[in-house]
Design a protein around this ligand. Structure first.
Ligand code: NAD
Length: 260
C-alpha cells in the first residue's frame, strides 16, 4: 500500500518508533531511521522487510541537526511523504525537585522537535500530487497529552503541546491531502517505561512482575501493555486511503486509561 513512499520516523532505534517503522516498511514504505544506541540491529530489521533504509543520527533537541537530517532525507529519497514525530524522553520528579535542565530537554525533544521536523517536511508534502498535496504527519503524544499524572510536569506539558500542535497542523492543511494526527498510548513496555518499572520494584522491594502489575493496576483497566505492533497498525491505518479525512485527532490506545 505504501510502495514508493518514504517515511521518516524519529527516535526509531528502539521501542514504539522501531515498531512503527517496521509496520510502515511491511507496507512497502522506504524508511529513514533516527535515534541513539544500536543502529545496525534496527537497520537490519527494517531492511529484512525488503525496503530501502537509511539512518541519520540527528539529536532531536537541536534544530540545526534536524535541518541537516531533513536535507539528508530529501537527498536520499527525493522527499519525506510520512513523518512520524516519535522521539521522546521522560523524567519523573515533583515540580519543586524537577531539574531545570531536564525540563528544557523534555520540551526540546518531546515537543519542539515535532514543530521543527513538521515545518521542514510540510512544503514538499503540500507540493506533492500535482499541488493537491499528499502527506501524513503522525505525532506520538500520549495519554499524558489528554490527562495528567503527578511527577511528570515536563512530559505532560510537552504532550499536551503535541496534541495542540497536531490540531493546528491538521487545520492549516485541511483542504489538502496532508493530514496530521496524534497517537496517545497508555503504558507500552519499552526501555522508557522499563526504567519506571525498575524504580518502582527497587523502591517497594518487590519483583519486576509485581511492579508491572502495580503500574498497570493504577491506570490501565485492561491490565495489558499496548504493544509497538498495535501502534504500528494504527499508524498504517492513518496512512491508508481510509485515513484521508481523519484530521487533528488525538487517538488513544490506552486500555481504557482515559475512559475512566
Ligand atoms: P524508547 O526509549 O524505547 O525510545 C525512544 C527513542 O527516542 C529511542 O530511539 C531514542 O534513541 C530516541 N531519542 C531519545 N532522545 C533523542 C534525541 N535527543 N534525539 C534523537 N532521538 C532520541 O521510548 P518509547 O517508549 O518507544 O517512546 C517513544 C515515544 O512514545 C515517545 O515520544 C514517548 O513519549 C511516547 N510514549 C511512550 C509510552 C510508553 O509507555 N512507552 C506511552 C505513551 C507515549
Amino acid at each position: 500500500m505504501l510502495k514508493g513512499k518514504t517515511a521518516l520516523v524519529t527516535g526509531s532505534t528502539s521501542g514504539i518508533g522501531l515498531g512503527i517503522a517496521k509496520a510502515l516498511a511491511a507496507q512497502g514504505a522506504n524508511i529513514m531511521l533516527n535515534g541513539f544506541g544500536d543502529v545496525d540491529g534496527p537497520k537490519a530489521e527494517v531492511a529484512a522487510l525488503g525496503v530501502k533504509v537509511a539512518y541519520h543520527g540527528a539529536d532531536m533537541s537541536k534544530p540545526g541537526e534536524i535541518e541537516a537530517m531533513m536535507k539528508f532525507a530529501a537527498a536520499e529519497f527525493g522527499q519525506v511523504d510520512i513523518l512520524v514525530n516519535n522521539a521522546g524522553i521522560q523524567h519523573v520528579a515533583r515540580i519543586e525537585n524537577f531539574p531545570a535542565e531536564k525540563w528544557d530537554a523534555i520540551i526540546a525533544i518531546n515537543l519542539s522537535s515535532a514543530f521543527h521536523a513538521t515545518r521542514l517536511a510540510l512544503p514538499a508534502m503540500q507540493a506533492a500530487d500535482g499541488g493537491k498535496g499528499w502527506g501524513r504527519i503522525i505525532n506520538l503524544a500520549s495519554v499524558h497529552g489528554l490527562v495528567g499524572s503527578a511527577e511528570k510536569s515536563a512530559y505532560v506539558a510537552a504532550k499536551h503541546g503535541v496534541v495542540g500542535l497536531t490540531k493546528v497542523t491538521a487545520l492549516e492543511n485541511a483542504t489538502s491531502g496532508v493530514t496530521c494526527n496524534a497517537i496517545c498510548p497508555g503504558w507500552v513496555l519499552t526501555p522508557l517505561v522499563q526504567k519506571q518499572v525498575d524504580a518502582r520494584a527497587e523502591a517497594g522491594g518487590i519483583s519486576n512482575e509485581a511492579a508491572k502489575q502495580q503500574l498497570l493496576g493504577e491506570k490501565e483497566p485492561s491490565m495489558q501493555f499496548t504493544t509497538p505492533e498495535e501502534l504500528g497498525a494504527l499508524a498504517v491505518f492513518f496512512c491508508s486511503p481510509a485515513g484521508a479525512n481523519i484530521r487533528g485527532v488525538a487517538w488513544n490506545m490506552d486500555g481504557g486509561w482515559t475512559a475512566q
